[in-house]
Ligand binder design. Structure first.
Ligand SMILES: Nc1ncnc2c1ncn2[C@@H]1O[C@H](COP(=O)(O)OP(=O)(O)O)[C@@H](O)[C@H]1O
Ligand SMILES: [Mg+2]
Ligand SMILES: [Zn+2]
Length: 278
C-alpha cells in the first residue's frame, strides 16, 4: 500500500454537522461540542480523512465525539451541514456523493458501500431468514436471478462462518455475535468497495467480540475491501486498524499509523486513552 500515489477509496473534506443555527461566537465559545452562547451542537466539526484501498482506518473517541455522525453522514442517514465526500467508485471520484440525486444515493448505498450498525435491529429484518436478508440487498441492486441469489447467500454466510443449514432461520433466533455476522454478510452482498463498521462488537462478550474481530480481519483479506472501523475502544482499534484517527468533541485531534499513535501519542486526550488501556 502506498498512500502517497494511490487514489483513495474515500476522501472526506471539511465535514461539519451542526444542530442549531450557529452564532458568530461559536468558534470561541465551545464547551466540548456545544456553544455556550447559542446552544448549537457541532456534532462533527471540520472532519477530513481518507481511506486507501485495502486498508482499515480506525476512528476512536469517547461517546459523543462524533463518530456515528461521520458514519451516518457517509451512509446518507443524515444530511451534513457542510463538507464533501468523494468515492473512487462513484464517477471516478469526481463528484461529491452528498450532491448526488436521491436515486444515485440509493445506488451508492446499495452497491458501493456496506454498513454494519452496533444495533442489529437497524441493519437486519429480524423476522426474515438470514438468506432473505441478503437477497433483499441484492434485489435492491436490481438483480432478479433467484438461483444466483441463493448461491451468493450461501457464499456470504459461509464467509462469515454461519452454517448453510441455518440460512433459512431468522436472525431473531441467533446470538448477538451471529446477528453481527449476518449484518456483515448482508453489507457485503453487492461487493461494495467500502465497509462502514460502527461499534459492531460493542456490547458483545469478550470471547464473542474476539471472534467477530478476527472475522473482520479475514473478510478484509478475502475481499480486499477497505474498511472504516469506528469504536470507543482503543483495544479494538489496536487489533485491526492500519491507521487511526482520534476524535474528540466533533474534531479530529490526532491521526497516524496505529502503531505510531499507540507508541507515541501526541495529543493529551490520546495519551490518556493509551494509558488507560495499558
Ligand atoms: N439530533 C441531535 N440534536 C442535537 N445533538 C445531537 C443530535 N444527534 C446527535 N447529537 C450530538 O452529536 C454529538 C455526536 O454524537 P455521535 O456522533 O452519536 O457520537 P458518537 O458516535 O461518537 O458517540 C453528541 O454530542 C450528540 O449528543
Ligand atoms: Mg456512536
Ligand atoms: Zn454559537
Amino acid at each position: 500500500m502506498n498512500p502517497i500515489t494511490e487514489q483513495p477509496v474515500l476522501k472526506v473534506s471539511h465535514l461539519t454537522v451542526r444542530y442549531g443555527s450557529g452564532c458568530p461566537c461559536c468558534g470561541t465559545s465551545l464547551e466540548k461540542n456545544r456553544c455556550r452562547k447559542c446552544g448549537t451542537v457541532w456534532a462533527a466539526n471540520d472532519v477530513s480523512l481518507e481511506v486507501y484501498p485495502g486498508e482499515i482506518l480506525g476512528i476512536v473517541g469517547e461517546s459523543g465525539s462524533g463518530k456515528s455522525t461521520l458514519m451516518k453522514s457517509l451512509y446518507f442517514d443524515l444530511e451534513p451541514t457542510e463538507g464533501t465526500a468523494y468515492l473512487r467508485d462513484y464517477q471516478d471520484g469526481a463528484k461529491d456523493i452528498w450532491q448526488a440525486s436521491a436515486a444515485e444515493k440509493r445506488r451508492i448505498r446499495n452497491c458501493l458501500m456496506g454498513m454494519v450498525y452496533q444495533n442489529p435491529l437497524l441493519g437486519l429484518r429480524m423476522e426474515y431468514s438470514a438468506a432473505a436478508n441478503i437477497a433483499e440487498k441484492i434485489i435492491a441492486a436490481g438483480s432478479r436471478d433467484a438461483g444466483a441469489m441463493t448461491e451468493r447467500a450461501q457464499d456470504l454466510l459461509s464467509a462469515v462462518e454461519i452454517l448453510t443449514s441455518r440460512m433459512a432461520e431468522a436472525p431473531k433466533n441467533f446470538s448477538g455475535g451471529m446477528q453481527q455476522r449476518v449484518q456483515i454478510s448482508k453489507a457485503l452482498a453487492n461487493n461494495p468497495s467500502l465497509l462502514l463498521l460502527d461499534e459492531v462488537t460493542t456490547g458483545l462478550d469478550i470471547s464473542v467480540q474476539a471472534k467477530v474481530l478476527d472475522l473482520i480481519r479475514k473478510i478484509k483479506a478475502r475481499y480486499g475491501i477497505s474498511i472504516l472501523l469506528v469504536s470507543h475502544d482503543l483495544a479494538v482499534i489496536r487489533m485491526l486498524a492500519d491507521r487511526t484517527v482520534v476524535m474528540l468533541d466533533g474534531k479530529i485531534v490526532e491521526s497516524g499509523l496505529t502503531d505510531q499513535v499507540l507508541e507515541d501519542p501526541q495529543h493529551a486526550y490520546t495519551q490518556q486513552l493509551v494509558h488507560s488501556m495499558l
